[in-house]
Design a protein around this ligand. Structure first.
Ligand code: ADP
Ligand code: MG
Length: 775
């Protein structure tokens, strides 16, 4: 739609007049002064000049220097001043939804506006934007989704990709797409922002695009590695990962010493044992050999925190942990401590990707004098969230990283050592306003062995969703496209993903998208969950599947607090008839929903050891999925007709099977004991939280599972028992042996396939069945 010059003029003036009025107020002046004090402000003109002269510009600078909050505003303001304000459309991507939300909120505050006016955000479950939103923060995933329906990004004038150094899959994917889109859109500008030092790789990928380095002001940070901590405090580590600070010398005998040495060598290599500790006391040297690299020493953290609280200058402490589980365990431990649990002196907060926005706001709030803020965080606080009043950092040296073993086609989720840049980044979080102190809970020699940079996610993740998106965006052959990526993934991982997509019917033999595949690409979830939804809409049992798919995307609602573990297990057992974690979730949710309508949802959760937050998250995600299903016309407004068979737990079980296949595991009894096997892994175990883990007898021949994780053995995290016929009809034809016997057991389900909408599926099935009968 063409907008007349006059109109542009009028709108731009209006914007700038509102802006001016607020800027003149005391509050506005103060904010402006703050913004001007940020290092990014000093290079504002250079940034704008480079952006006007180059299609791609890379900006790097220390965390906290003002990249995220200022650069998008510089562009917005310059567009407004040049009277293009009304037509500019700036999209700024963030790797995480939480940063998209918090950053847009912050910018609205800086501009004295309401969120959703000039500045807005859009993430998976939520969004705030209006017709006049010219600067939109979103996750990289949201921009990818937009490309599905608008492959030239019509109307977009600037794309800013923030935190590109993190090298997430979506970000790497977007970079490759942008590289191919730029020549077709010569007016479009791309700005890449990166926190750390390896910005050159982006510059060379984009044909030598200019790199602007924002000079930072940082204060010195006193750095303590484990040996320094031990030496200066006199703490002694003992073999059971306890610490002892009573000056009681604890001697290792030779045997233990040798055993420890080989354990440490296995865990961190030769470095620790061969390192030179000549400057250190005997006590520290022996203590170092008692250090357990495989777990985080909570006692040591507690002592360091206590020491800071009692002896150090005021200022917040940021503790880097690996994930929500160790954060909550540490929090519990600290709350029990006399000093750290004293709510008049210490404000203990947590910071992780699934925290609520009210929790989030607390993190940024200033504490009263005399109070000390302690934030227990995952690596989300490494670059994307900047907390101002931090003076101390404690770094456990690890991060829980999803990785992927292409050989066994198994995802792994293990805490692993971070890279050098991450460690430097963590340390840098505390030297921003004044000199700080950083405690690394590992020896310097272990740090020296860290990789320089983290491995890009595209090299270590399953690629199914990515491959599906490449096809649905019409980007040509999957392997061809991936060979043009910033760094290309292993061929084996690509082949596995393509095989999988063919197996579930998302791609045909020629790697073209099938109708099912087209739907799956439009659904904002893993293909297997998407397939469950498609099947449930077609087979009219939508409601329970909505709950299951939503439940699999939020934190497990079944709580298992250590001290009341048995009560919690008993509560869960009420939902657990039928050998299915997924059906148990459906029952728990349905019960909650009834209770919630009677306004006793919270009570219901407490009684049944369920997390009210997770229940609410499931509820809102269900609604979100439902609206997506409507948008892609898989369902219409007549919700009830999609639930004719929702009560039929066996049909639901079959639909779960259709999505989770080929995640199957056989159940065999041998000498009164249950043995579980998958094709790829051989013997597997059930995660202790699964209700099937406590079943002494599973009266079905198969389990389908959503997730398996390799820790030491392979564990199935959640599972649903299914029969032969369900697997045969809904899973695929793996039971080529006794086909006729199985088909006889098909029961009444075939009639459901006669509905017009499933004609295609029916035909595929029929072909499969014919093949089966022939073989
Ligand atoms: P960068 O992206 O370079 O890491 P940011 O633009 O995120 O830096 O932050 C710049 C500064 O703005 C921070 O140092 C901090 O002082 C301030 N800031 C950022 N977010 C908030 C917030 N939500 N509340 C208060 N201050 C903030
Ligand atoms: Mg930033």
């Amino acid at each position: 739609k063409a907008v007349s010059d006059n109109e542009i003029w009028r709108r731009s003036m209006q914007l700038s007049m509102e802006q001016q009025a607020w800027q003149k107020s005391a509050e506005g002046q103060k904010m402006l002064a703050f913004r001007r004090s940020l290092p990014a402000y000093k290079v504002k003109d250079a940034i704008l000049k480079y952006i006007s002269k180059n299609q791609v510009v890379i900006i790097s600078g220390e965390t906290g220097c003002g990249k995220t909050t200022q650069v998008p505003q510089f562009i917005l303001e310059s567009e407004i001043n040049s009277l293009r304000g009304a037509t500019c459309s700036i999209i700024c991507t963030q790797p995480r939804r939480i940063s998209a939300m918090s950053v847009s909120e912050r910018i609205a505050v800086e501009r004295g506006e309401k969120l959703g006016e000039n500045v807005g955000y859009k993430v998976r479950l939520e969004g705030k934007k209006g017709r006049n939103t010219h600067l939109l923060f979103c996750t990289s995933g949201i921009l990818l989704r937009r490309l599905l329906i608008d492959k030239d990004l019509k109307g977009v004038t600037h794309v800013i990709m923030d935190e590109v150094h993190e090298r997430g899959i979506d970000e790497d994917f977007l970079l490759t797409i942008m590289k191919e889109l730029l020549p077709c859109r010569p007016e479009l500008r791309l700005v890449l922002m990166s926190a750390t030092v390896n910005a050159e790789i982006f510059s060379s990928y984009f044909d030598g695009a200019p790199l602007i380095q924002i000079p930072g002001v940082t204060y010195p940070v006193r750095t303590h590695f484990l040996e320094n901590i031990l030496e200066s405090t006199g703490y002694i580590l003992t073999a059971d990962n306890q610490i002892n600070d009573y000056g009681q010398v604890w001697k290792l005998n030779k045997q233990t010493l040798n055993k420890r040495k080989s354990q440490i060598i296995a865990a961190v290599g030769e470095a620790l044992v061969s390192a030179d500790y000549s400057g250190y006391s005997q006590q520290t040297k022996e203590s170092l050999l008692c250090w357990n690299p495989d777990c985080i020493n909570f006692n040591l953290i507690e002592c360091i925190l206590c020491n800071i609280c009692e002896n150090e200058k005021p200022g917040g402490v940021l503790v880097f942990m690996t994930g929500w589980d160790d954060i909550s365990a540490l929090k519990e431990k600290l709350q029990a401590h006399s000093v750290l649990g004293d709510q008049d002196r210490v404000l203990l907060l947590t910071c992780h990707s699934s925290m609520s926005s009210s929790e989030q706001r607390l993190i940024f709030e200033k504490v009263a004098t005399g109070m000390r803020k302690i934030v227990l965080a995952t690596n989300i606080a490494e670059t994307s969230i900047t907390i101002d009043d931090l003076v101390f950092v404690i770094d456990c040296g690890k991060a829980k990283e999803a990785s992927y073993d292409a050989l066994n086609n198994t995802p792994c989720l293990l805490p692993s050592w971070i890279s050098k840049v991450s460690a430097i980044q963590r340390r840098g979080r505390c030297g921003r306003a004044q000199p700080g102190g950083c405690y690394h809970l590992y020896p310097k020699c272990v740090y020296d062995d860290f990789a320089d940079y983290p491995l890009p996610k595209i090299l270590k993740s399953p690629l199914q969703s990515l491959c599906l998106q490449i096809k649905s965006l019409n980007l040509g052959s999957i392997s061809g496209f991936l060979s043009r990526a910033l760094q290309s993934p292993e061929l084996l991982a690509v082949q596995n993903a393509i095989e999988y997509l063919k197996l579930i019917g998302a791609l045909d033999e020629n790697e073209n998208l099938t109708i099912l595949g087209g739907y799956l690409a439009m659904l904002p979830m893993e293909p297997k969950h998407g397939k469950m939804l498609v099947m449930s809409a077609v087979l009219n049992c939508l409601d329970p599947i909505l709950t299951i798919v939503a439940g699999l995307s939020v934190r497990d609602p079944f709580l298992a607090p250590l001290e009341t573990k048995e009560l919690a297990e008993a509560a869960k057992a009420q939902f657990s008839h039928g050998f299915s974690d997924h059906l148990a979730l459906v029952r728990a949710y349905n019960g909650w929903k009834v209770a919630e309508q009677k306004l006793i949802g919270y009570k219901y959760c407490r009684k049944n050891f369920l997390s009210p937050q997770s229940m609410k998250a499931i509820d809102s995600f269900r609604r979100e999925i439902q609206s997506v299903l409507k948008n892609i016309r898989l369902i219409d407004d007549k919700a009830s007709s999609y639930n004719t068979y929702s009560f039929d737990e066996n049909l639901v079980r079959a639909v779960i099977c259709s999505g989770l296949y080929p995640g199957i595991c056989s159940v065999v009894y041998k000498e009164n004991s249950l043995s579980l096997k998958t094709m790829e892994d051989g013997l597997v175990l059930l995660h202790s939280k699964s209700i099937n883990a406590r079943a002494s007898n599973i009266s079905y021949p198969w389990l389908v599972f959503n997730k398996k994780v390799k820790v030491n053995s392979v564990y199935l995290q959640d599972s649903t028992a299914v029969s032969d016929s369900m697997l045969l009809l809904f899973g695929g034809s793996i039971l080529k042996g006794d086909v006729e016997g199985h088909v006889k057991m098909l029961g009444g389900y075939l009639e459901f396939f006669m509905e017009p909408a499933v004609a295609i599926m029916y035909q595929t099935l029929k072909r499969e069945l014919d093949e089966l009968f022939q073989s």
